[in-house]
Design a protein around this ligand. Structure first.
Ligand code: C5P
Length: 280
């Protein structure tokens, strides 16, 4: 059997400040989109993991780490074989690894009939990574704290996204390390984006507090943003810690036009639409 792990885009991502534990407090509106990895599962005596891309093989993969944590909570120590088929680019700001982990938690909780509550899953997810709790919900959510407080928002009107990733991979911790207090904001822009979704189901873009650091470190990301912004003026945004640049589009055709206009030089492109919360 197979299950899906969807990618995300950050419609707004504000960094509120640095915490004493070294992480940053965030306020973000996140949306799952129709681009997904697939994880294949078969019952087995032992817990095994492999990935279609050998680079992602190994016990430190978030799928294996998620499965290990769930297995430890199962009195009978059930096993299974998990094979990750990757379609979401890695280190792209699209949350692929985090989504794989969350989908594995949800699937194994069900498959092994553990009855872990959503709150228990959120606690496990937060140990795996800051973005993982959001993916237990999916859909459209306001996310705060380090990423562990997830407030599902009503489903907005469906939107299309052009996605263009320049040929660089970004280390999230490097980017957070480059931030200065000048990059911090008070969360009001993200709050406004969330309020608009609640009140009028309209998707708007906020800001991304990681963008200055990413553009400084990776000029390719800035060039990609300029190309996307030229094709969709005022509707380009960087997702997560980048370097993927998105454009909020009114239709699939428009999103295709934008990816066509911005593709080139090793860039990866995709067209995706918003995906609603699966918990409902
Ligand atoms: O939680 P995760 O392992 O995905 O985070 C990767 C790195 O990004 C952390 O080690 C930290 O340096 C940085 N980070 C942060 N504040 C957050 C999320 C991530 O500083 N809210």
């Amino acid at each position: 059997m197979r299950f899906r792990a969807y990618a995300k885009v950050n419609l707004s991502l504000e960094v509120l400040g640095k915490r004493s534990d070294g992480y940053h407090d965030l306020s973000s509106v996140i949306q799952t989109v129709s681009l997904w990895d697939e994880i294949e599962f078969e019952d087995d005596v032992n817990l095994r993991f492999s990935a279609s891309d050998p680079v992602l093989n190994g016990d430190d993969n978030l799928v294996k780490r998620a499965a290990d944590l769930v297995q430890q909570l199962a009195p009978t120590r059930p096993g299974g074989s998990l094979v990750l088929h990757k379609a979401i680019p890695h280190a792209a700001g699209l949350g692929g690894g985090s989504s794989d982990a969350a989908a594995t938690l949800t699937f194994l909780n069900d498959r092994w009939a553990l009855n872990l509550s959503l709150q228990q899953l959120v606690e496990i997810a937060a140990r795996l990574g800051s973005d993982v709790p959001f993916f237990l919900y999916g859909g459209t959510s306001l996310v705060t704290g380090r990423g562990e407080y997830v407030y599902p928002l009503p489903e907005p009107e469906s939107a299309w996204y052009a996605l263009v990733k320049p040929a660089v991979s970004v280390s999230t911790s490097d980017i957070f390390g480059l931030l200065s207090p000048d990059d911090w904001t008070d969360g009001s822009v993200t709050h406004e984006v969330a309020t608009r979704i609640c009140e009028s189901a309209t998707v708007t873009l906020g800001l991304n507090g990681l963008q200055r650091a990413v553009f400084l470190r990776y000029p390719e990301a800035r060039a990609c943003f300029s190309d996307v912004d030229r094709a969709a003026p005022g509707r380009a945004f960087m997702t997560g810690s980048g370097p993927t640049i998105g454009a909020l589009c009114g239709s699939q055709t428009e999103a295709q036009r934008v990816t066509e206009a911005a593709k080139g030089a090793g860039r990866w492109t995709a067209v995706a639409c918003s995906v609603a919360c699966e918990l409902a």
